[in-house]
Design a protein. Structure first.
Length: 181
């Protein structure tokens, strides 16, 4: 009897950051191509997970996304234990567990920053198999050397400041720059 393929969900949550589609593609290509897994992408982060909104991902849907900005899955900043639903705030962990069981998921990959790490931890404590991939332009996730988005954000900021420096020098001015992260 053939062994049933593992089925894994993936989502992106929190703020936008460079490298999200590359992370989705990298994980997806390895999961599908090398390990024979089935992959579903939850739309709009934790919100989509709670509302069970997902798309089936295969090799063809992962092709051509490296040059697309943002995330093909969308994102949200919701908290699994305090999610706004209509006019009230609800603990959506039981609903998320139910959705994962109904969808036949063997695991869940959450790509995001500190808030996503907390959500992933809460879901793991509730019994789900969860992996958190760190993503933040701030590079401030505990026990993580570097995160998706940091190197690109740093490079873009450095290049922009270098260009502004020469402009300020040419005009004998001072330019103040504010960046995120």
């Amino acid at each position: 009897m053939a062994k049933k393929a593992k089925r894994v969900g993936i989502l992106t949550a929190g703020g936008d950051s460079p490298g999200l589609n590359a992370a989705i593609r990298g994980f997806g290509k390895a999961a599908i191509g090398h390990h024979g897994m089935e992959l579903v992408g939850f739309q709009d982060g934790i919100r989509g997970l709670a509302e069970n909104r997902y798309v089936e991902l295969d090799s063809s849907s992962l092709s051509g996304i490296l040059t697309v900005g943002g995330t093909i899955l969308g994102t949200s900043r919701d908290k699994v234990h305090k999610m706004r639903v209509g006019d009230e705030t609800k603990d959506m962990i039981p609903t998320i567990i139910e959705n994962c069981e109904k969808d036949g998921l063997d695991g869940l990959v959450c790509i995001g920053g500190g808030g996503t790490a907390k959500n992933a931890n809460r879901l793991a404590q509730a019994g789900l198999n969860v992996i958190h991939l760190p993503k933040t332009i701030d590079n401030d996730i505990a026990h993580t050397e570097t995160s998706f988005g940091f190197s690109t954000a740093l490079g873009i900021a450095t290049e922009a400041i270098d260009r502004l420096h020469s402009t300020a020098h040419s005009h004998h001015r001072v330019i103040v720059v504010e960046i995120m992260g």
